[in-house]
Every structure is written in C-alpha cells, then in structure tokens.
Design a protein around this ligand. Structure first.
Ligand code: MD3
Ligand code: FE
Length: 209
C-alpha cells in the first residue's frame, strides 16, 4: 500500500509524492503529446462569456466545458469539431490504484495554470451523474495553494499546498465540497517547460451500467 494522508475532511485523501521525478516526467510527456493533438483554449464564463485565467483541454470520451451556454460535458471539442484525445494509460493506472471505483474514468480535465496569474474561484464539481465516484486530481509543475471549504459558499475553509507529483482523491462525504485554487507559486518547480502548473482531474461522468 502506498503512503497516504487522511485529511480532516472525510473522503479527502492526499498521496504526497505519489509520482517520483521520473514518473512526473513520463506523465508530463504523455500529457504534452495529447496537447499537440488538440490545442488548449481559454474557457469562458457562462452567460457573461468572460474568459478564465487558465487554459483547459480534455482527454477521454467526454470533456467538461464552460461556455456562454453553460457548464457540461461534450463528446467533441467545439474548437476543432473532433473528439478529445484519449486518456493516457499512465492516468488510467493511477485511477485504478486509488479511486476504488468499479469503472474507468470518462474524462480527464486538464487545467493549465500560469504562475502567478492564474487562479480558480471556489466552486463545486456537480455536473457528473456518477457522484458516487471520486474525483482524482494529479498535480504537475509549480506548487499551488488549494482551498477546501464546506457545502455552502460562505462556510469556513482551509488551504493546502499541492506540489508536483501529489495525487488527491476527493470523494465520499466531501465530493460536493466547495474548492478552488488561490494561487500558483512561480519558480517552485522546474518540471514544466516555461513554468506553471498542470492539474489533471479524472472523473467518472455517467453511472456505470
Ligand atoms: C475538493 N481543479 O478542475 S483539483 C476542477 O487544481 C478543479 O486545478 C483544481 O477544481 C485544480 O474542477 C482542483 C482538486 C479537486 C477536485 C474536486 C474536488 C478538489 C475537490 C471535489 C470536492 C472537494
Ligand atoms: Fe473543481
């Protein structure tokens, strides 16, 4: 069994340094290969159309999208009209090891953060029908300050750092907690060429048959 840390939040488990340096480099290479097939884009806020401060891409049969029409999952990348690239096998292996779920993930949302200007506001991940499945988060590159709150927007919250190679499993009683990324610390990792942080979240979207 791999070393993990139960947080004070039931259902949130951190695996610090799940990937060592060579594991991080191998995963980064697989992710960058997928990103050559389809180009990351800036999502836009529903209704207002205001662009986010990060770039996104998806791998897998379903991709999570934020557009002026709303949030949801789509089979095609609307920018290219093509399906999303496949989820790299290294990521499917991580899901199989930590998710404790009887079906594979259908989406890997790729969040690309510039340091220090990108952030992600407090939100809940609630667009998945399979809310019994965890979200598995893998971080590469610069360390971020990540915030977890309660089940209502104003509830008290606390922050954690997520470093390159860390894996976080978010499920059970905490699956619908508010969370976000306060900031990314520039120069905290040399993994990603040009700096910045890449977060990969593996998600089961539909209930398995
Ligand atoms: C806590 N991404 O893509 S991943 C997202 O680091 C997202 O890019 C952040 O939030 C990032 O939706 C955080 C960790 C995460 C994911 C789901 C959660 C934390 C969570 C669900 C409940 C509580
Ligand atoms: Fe989220």
């Amino acid at each position: 069994m791999r070393k993990s840390v139960e947080t004070e939040f039931e259902g949130i488990t951190l695996y610090p340094g799940f990937l060592d340096g060579s594991g991080q480099r191998a995963l980064l290479a697989a992710v960058l290969e997928g990103l050559t097939a389809e180009k990351p884009y800036r999502p836009r806020m529903p209704r207002t159309g205001k662009p986010w401060s990060i770039h996104q891409m998806n791998f897998g049969p379903l991709g999570w999208v934020s557009q002026p029409e709303g949030y949801g999952y789509a089979e095609l990348n609307e920018a290219s009209g093509r399906p999303w690239p496949p989820i790299p096998p290294l990521l499917l292996d991580i899901w199989a090891e930590v998710a404790n779920y009887p079906a594979p993930p259908e989406c890997c949302l790729v969040n690309l953060y510039d340091a220090p200007k990108s952030r992600m506001g407090l939100h809940r991940d609630e667009d998945e029908a399979a809310l019994d499945a965890p979200v598995v988060s893998i971080s590469l590159g610069d360390t971020c300050v990540f915030r977890v709150g309660g089940f209502a927007r104003g509830d008290k919250s606390r922050s954690f750092r997520l470093a390159s190679g860390d894996v976080l499993v978010l499920g059970g009683a905490s699956r619908l907690r508010y969370h976000g990324v306060d900031r990314v610390i520039p120069g905290s990792s040399t993994l990603v060429p040009g700096g910045g942080r890449i977060n990969l979240t593996l998600r089961r979207v539909t209930k398995p048959a």
